[in-house]
Design a protein. Structure first.
Length: 119
C-alpha cells in the first residue's frame, strides 16, 4: 500500500466524533480547571535531612574502605558480620563497589538538583 492509496481511503469518509464526545471533554476540562492545585512536596524542608543522610553514608563508606579497623577497633571486638563487611570493603572488589555506589548516587543527585533549580 502506497501513500496515495492510504490518502484515497481516508478521504472517502469524513470522521466525526460521537455526539457527546465534545461535551464530555469540555466538562472534564472545566472540572480540572476548577480543582484546587495539588499540595507540593516540601523539598526545602526535606533537603537538609537528605543531604545529611547522604553525607553520613558517604563518610561511613569512605572511612570503612580506607581504614576498616578504625570503625570497630579490631576485628575481634566486632560481630562476625561486621568483620566480614570490613574485610570485603577493604578488598579491591569492595572498593569497586563503593565507587559504583558513589557514581550511582551522583548520577541521581545531580540531575535531581538541576531539575529542582529549574522547577
Amino acid at each position: 500500500m502506497k501513500d496515495h492509496d492510504l490518502d484515497h481511503i481516508l478521504s472517502e469518509e469524513e470522521i466525526l466524533p460521537s455526539s457527546g464526545f465534545t461535551a464530555s471533554v469540555m466538562d472534564a476540562v472545566r472540572r480540572e480547571a476548577a480543582a484546587p492545585p495539588s499540595i507540593p512536596f516540601p523539598w526545602k524542608r526535606a533537603l537538609p535531612g537528605l543531604v545529611a543522610a547522604g553525607f553520613t553514608l558517604t563518610l561511613i563508606l569512605v572511612v570503612s574502605v580506607l581504614h576498616p579497623d578504625s570503625l570497630i577497633g579490631s576485628p575481634s571486638q566486632a560481630p562476625a558480620w561486621m568483620a566480614r563487611l570490613g574485610k570485603n570493603l577493604a578488598s579491591s572488589e569492595g572498593r569497586m563497589l563503593t565507587v559504583a555506589l558513589l557514581v550511582t548516587l551522583l548520577s541521581v543527585v545531580v540531575p535531581l538538583r538541576i531539575a529542582l533549580r529549574r522547577g
